[in-house]
Ligand binder design. Structure first.
Ligand SMILES: CC(C)(COP(=O)(O)OP(=O)(O)OC[C@H]1O[C@@H](n2cnc3c(N)ncnc32)[C@H](O)[C@@H]1OP(=O)(O)O)[C@@H](O)C(=O)NCCC(=O)NCCS
Length: 187
């Protein structure tokens, strides 16, 4: 049986994080960039590991948020390509939003390529709305970004919504993965 484990990043995991960054984002942050984020109290990097039998746990997902005043800036969200399309992106985004709630943040925001249909669909599913467009936001390609916002994180109904999403995602994933509750706690 395969198990999923979610944890906060530590400096020890930076080499694996860089490999995943390369695959998911084409090398967006440097080693020093990740080290800075891991050390920063205003930043959370969540890692999703897959553990199979006696093999070493493999890093298959990564999400990062910055806490700025009462806003959660979601800076990275990526699932290893072989594992996309199974619900793991939703699992990671739910955990990032739970982290934002635990930090008592009120709004979440992010930038996403206007052509990134799957990511936009994922965020919209969680109530993010397009609030604007940044022209030529991505220097390598000159592509535009949508600015997305999700408000109401501090409201009790959002906590209920998060719990509902989590249950739905766990129900879907539990046919393929071992999802013991203690495995999915953030440490
Ligand atoms: C965006 C990303 C994190 C989504 O992760 P994922 O594990 O594939 O997503 P999930 O399987 O949880 O799917 C979540 C939702 O995204 C949407 N989605 C996923 N794949 C899709 C596709 N190929 N086409 C359209 N929508 C898609 C659907 O709305 C889906 O919900 P549903 O299954 O209930 O219909 C992943 O594709 C990824 O790592 N992409 C590369 C990095 C990136 O672009 N990150 C976002 C930058 S802001």
């Amino acid at each position: 049986m395969r198990s999923l484990l979610m944890k906060n990043a530590t400096l020890q995991e930076v080499p694996e994080i860089l490999a995943l960054d390369q695959l998911c984002f084409g090398g967006i942050w440097s080693k020093q960039g990740y080290e800075r984020e891991i050390d920063s109290p205003n930043s959370s990097i969540l890692l999703l590991f897959l553990k199979q039998d006696n093999l070493e746990a493999q890093l298959i997902g990564l999400g990062c948020l910055w806490s700025i005043v009462e806003e959660a800036h979601i800076t990275l969200l990526g699932i290893y390509p072989d594992y996309q399309g199974q619900g793991l992106g939703k699992l990671l985004l739910t955990s990032l939003l739970q982290n934002a709630v635990a930090r008592k943040l009120e709004r979440a925001t992010l930038e996403v390529k206007t052509t990134n249909i799957s990511a936009i669909a994922l965020y919209q599913k969680f109530g993010f709305k397009v609030a604007g467009r940044r022209k030529n936001y991505y220097p390598k390609t000159g592509e535009d970004a949508f600015i997305l916002w999700r408000s109401g994180l501090e409201k009790p109904e959002f906590i209920t919504e998060l719990e509902t999403w989590k249950t739905q995602i766990h129900n879907i994933l539990s046919s393929q993965y071992n999802l013991l509750p203690e495995n999915l706690k953030q440490h």
